[in-house]
Design a protein around this ligand. Structure first.
Ligand code: ADP
Ligand code: ZN
Ligand code: ZN
Length: 803
């Protein structure tokens, strides 16, 4: 008798444990830990993960597993164990931990099919299976189960003859492409060609094309190549010479790009010194965390590449994390250029199918390097030799939903298990990491200068209050305007950066000061000119901009603050000759748009690139000699203890975009608070000073890295219910922790209401509290069970957003 422990896909407190199920005889050799299965649960059949297999159970009346969902485990042993760890560290439901590790295509809304692997002929399969795949068909998983052939399929899949794919069930999201193919023989085409009248030249062209290429071709490609309209194809189709049909395709996102191969560069002295301890750790299979601290352009990426080469040479694998917004083609090219097809890239721009394909390459060990954003930390490698986190200070490495993990913590955990080094790279390390390096918990490696020995660009801070006093009401200071004109005259390029975080484009009445807020959440709606609409970023509520103020009926109600669109409009007025490319959520929403706009800028099709933080990273074009930051302060005033740190990092990063090559660069930072240390020190790009200053502030206010934080957020539709529950929770926390813990609350959350739910919080600051995890678990146990009355309690350990 074999029994499987199964974690079921029912994310509630009561069901957050494993259940025992009997494995039916016929599945005994099939089902393994790490596979997904369908099990009966109450009256329903649901999905679950097999976490282990045993021969005994304390439960007498076991129900049977209905069927497996996988041919092979989707989670390896290390990842299953990592799931336990994640559950414990982030206090999430185990099912969420497992799901976070898998690509979206492996979640339920997808249809599973089996097909022949590339290049395999049906004849290579055992006789019983051939029929299913003869005409290039795919086999439905449900049919495989009905026909009892899963063990057979499993064997052939293990031998590489078959593969499992996932098709999106939802019809609208399928990517259908129109194809054309000839439906008659070449002889008939020839005959037809002769019969066609002389003026049917376009039709002839198509027929001649199919004489040469007797296979299907994408309609778009055909019409483009032959410069014919689709009506001509239709005419041939109506004569039943060709046929149009739809085909679903998954594209390789990098298919049409060729990668110039690069070879390792001879390292500079500074690089040699920095890489040596990393190579030693790789060689000795030792776990160690390195903090590679070096300004942009100091040669960090080359160190990553050569470390990875060492790992590959040892037959091991590498994971490289980069923030989503720097996963640009330029970045990917660096890795593909060095390691070619050994690289899989995982990022949110891929369709579910494409992501699954990349994930499969990792699982099948067809690649050695996984490059991706946060979730790539779960790449299913089994022999990891190094984990690299570039721009380690980026807040996007922290996931805000369950499981609320930080990729850095997961990286260190996996590296410990795999006995390998972690390299954290940054020009502006997070205070936490730099403090750990100072205390020798991390090994600090420094690259002090830029590769080209170019001085850092000259930064000038402009006090916008002075501008106003001098009568300049424009959003451009006189200096910035002058330099813009200068660059246009010299045919050099400028990047204008607008920090749009915060409440920068809300709708306000100029007469009475009324601001249009979301009716469900206590925040202002964000203005989008595209549809003359306003949107709530928290609940998605949308409405049109009112013509008159609902409060005082004034007609002077309009958007306020500087969105990128407004800057673009103003540029059009003051510098009509400037060619501007705008990059923000509105212009880059479509797939590939981001990349295309950058390419246009690189090709010199514009003088000015204007955008939000998404342009702060990765831009490395030789012709950029001016960077302007229009409003440095917007982020400083957010209710967030990291706002100074984020401001400093962002300004430093943006400044680094200028003068990276031969031409020297200049940076203009416009601000209303030039005296603030994070702005002043960003002007000097002085991280060390900034670190000292900010550490004082953090120590004084009991913030990380001196204290850890945990945040409990409570929400409910009734204000009184929230307040009293938060009070009870806060009192309980106080009773369980030592006097050294600082417990703040109950307090109203910075965003007091989201989606009609009032929000209160309790913030805990602490150094060492052995009781804390147990206390938080007790609270969650208590309240997640009571979720029926609508009270929601969530816990974020080491939160990044305190709102
Ligand atoms: P970072 O990752 O710190 O921004 P990079 O590794 O991208 O720095 O290096 C900056 C530039 O210097 C790149 O164009 C890179 O190709 C070049 N570079 C890096 N290392 C060397 C080297 N050892 N010799 C010559 N050029 C180098
Ligand atoms: Zn008004
Ligand atoms: Zn809302």
């Amino acid at each position: 008798m074999k029994i499987a422990s199964v974690v079921v896909d029912v994310p509630t407190k009561q069901t957050d444990k494993s259940y025992d199920y009997l494995i039916p005889e016929k599945w005994q050799d099939v089902i393994q830990p790490g596979m997904r299965v369908i099990v009966p649960f109450g009256p329903r059949n649901i999905q679950g993960f097999v976490t282990g297999i045993k021969v005994e159970s304390e439960i007498k009346q076991l129900r049977e597993i209905i069927e497996p969902m996988d041919i092979e485990p989707v989670l390896n042993r290390e990842l299953l164990e990592l799931g336990d760890w994640l559950t414990d560290k982030t206090l999430c439901f185990k099912i969420f931990a497992y799901q976070a590790m898998l690509p979206a295509a492996l979640k339920a809304k997808y249809e599973k099919k089996v097909r022949l692997a590339a290049g395999v002929e049906p004849e290579q399969l055992p006789v019983q299976l051939r029929g299913y795949f003869e005409t290039g068909q795919m086999l439905d998983w449900t049919m495989a189960l009905e026909h009892n052939i899963v063990p057979l399929l499993q064997r052939e899949a293990a031998a590489g003859l078959l593969e499992v794919i996932y098709l999106v069930k939802d019809k609208v999201r399928k990517k259908q492409v129109k194809f054309v193919k000839p439906v008659v023989s070449p002889e008939e085409i020839k005959k037809e060609l002769e019969g066609l009248p002389a003026n049917a030249e376009k039709q002839k062209q198509i027929l001649r094309f199919f004489l040469d290429h007797n296979q299907p071709i994408e309609l778009k490609q055909l019409t483009a190549e032959l410069k014919v309209s689709s009506a001509v194809v239709k005419a041939l189709a109506s004569k039943q010479l060709v046929a149009e049909f739809d085909m679903e395709i998954y594209r390789d996102p990098f298919e049409h790009r060729s990668f110039e191969r690069t070879i390792p560069l001879p390292l500079t002295n500074a690089q040699t010194t920095a890489i040596k301890p990393i190579l030693t750790a790789i060689e000795k299979n030792e776990h160690e965390v390195f903090l590679l601290y070096g300004v942009t352009g100091s040669g960090k990426t080359e160190i990553y590449l050569q470390s990875i080469q060492e790992v590959i040479d040892k037959g091991k694998e590498a994971i490289v994390l980069v923030p989503e917004i720097s996963l640009t083609p330029q970045m990917v090219n660096r890795f593909k250029g060095r390691f070619g097809d050994l690289v899989a890239v995982l990022h949110s721009g891929l369709s579910a199918g494409e992501k699954y394909d990349e994930w499969r390459k990792i699982q099948r060990k067809e690649v050695k390097v996984a490059v991706g954003a946060r979730s790539a930390i779960f790449a299913p490698f089994e022999n990891i030799g190094i984990i690299i986190i570039d721009e380690e200070h980026e807040t996007s490495y922290k996931q805000e939903d369950m499981p609320r993990y930080h990729a850095r913590d997961v990286a260190i955990r996996r590296a410990q298990t795999n006995n390998c080094p972690v390299v954290l790279g940054s020009a502006t390390p997070s205070l936490e990491s730099f403090a750990r390096a100072q205390k020798n918990v991390y090994h600090l490696l420094t690259l002090p200068t830029r590769m080209n020995n170019q001085p850092l660009p000259a930064v000038e801070i402009i006090d916008m209050r002075e501008e106003l006093r001098a009568g300049n009401r424009s959003m451009f200071s006189r200096k910035l305007f002058e330099l813009l004109q200068d660059r246009i005259a010299k045919k050099q390029q400028t990047v204008l950066f607008l920090n749009k975080r915060g409440h920068s484009s809300f709708v306000m009445c100029r007469d009475c000061g009324y601001v249009v807020n979301c009716p469900n959440c206590d925040i202002s709606l964000t203005y989008h000119r595209a549809g003359v609409q306003m949107k709530c970023h928290y609940c998605g509520y949308e409405t049109i901009v009112p013509k008159v103020c609902p409060e005082c009926s004034s007609e002077y109600i309009r958007y306020f603050g500087t969105g990128t669109q407004k800057v673009e409009d103003e540029l059009g007025k003051i510098l009509p000759e400037a060619r501007v490319i705008r990059m923000d959520v509105d212009t880059t929403g479509r797939k590939g748009a981001h990349e295309r706009l950058l390419k246009e800028f690189q090709e010199g099709k514009a003088d000015i690139l204007l955008g939000t933080q998404m342009i702060a990273k990765g831009l490395d074009f030789p012709n950029i000699t001016l960077v302007g930051v229009l409003s440095a302060d917007t982020m400083l005033h957010l209710p967030d203890f990291r706002s100074s740190e984020k401001t400093f990092q962002l300004l430093t990063q943006v400044s680094g975009r200028a003068g990276r090559h031969q031409l020297p660069g200049e940076v203009i930072i416009q601000t209303y608070t030039p005296e603030h240390y994070s702005i002043e020190l960003a002007g000097h790009q002085d991280f060390d000073q900034f670190y000292q200053r900010e550490m004082l502030v953090r120590r004084m206010h009991h913030y990380p890295p001196f204290y850890y934080l945990s945040l409990i957020t409570v929400s409910h539709e009734q204000l009184l219910t929230v307040v009293s529950a938060t009070e009870k929770i806060t009192n309980y926390v106080r009773s369980q922790l030592s006097n050294e813990a600082v417990i703040l609350g109950p307090a109203v959350s910075p965003i007091a209401r989201i989606n009609n739910r009032y929000r209160y919080q309790c913030l805990i600051k602490y150094k060492r509290e052995p009781n804390l995890t147990r206390t938080l678990k007790t609270i969650l146990d208590q309240y997640q069970k009571e979720a029926k009355n609508g009270l929601l309690v969530s816990v974020d350990v080491n939160p990044f957003i305190l709102m």
